[in-house]
Design a protein around this ligand. Sequence first.
Ligand code: FES
Length: 98
Amino acid sequence: MPKITFENLNVTIEVSKGDTILDASIANDIPIQHACGGFCSCTTCHVIVKKGTENLAPMEDDEHERIQGVERQSPTSRLGCQSRVMGDVVVEIVNIDQ
Ligand code: FES
């Protein structure tokens, strides 16, 4: 099973292949913000991929448009609700739900 490591929480979880980062996070009580409920409209689920960008399903147009202009944008920025995990990844959650 693929693994997601949340670098800034120092936590690794196992996920089913094809799950989104957001769905896997919610299922494992990882405190990632998701104000719109996973509908690609708020960007609060922004993550920066540190390793394994090739192990996420490619970005689609909606996500690509949304990710423009997010705070702390990086070349490896993704939206957790749109990123399907196909292999091991290491990410930083930008907006931790306090
Ligand atoms: S949860 Fe709103 S864009 Fe991902």
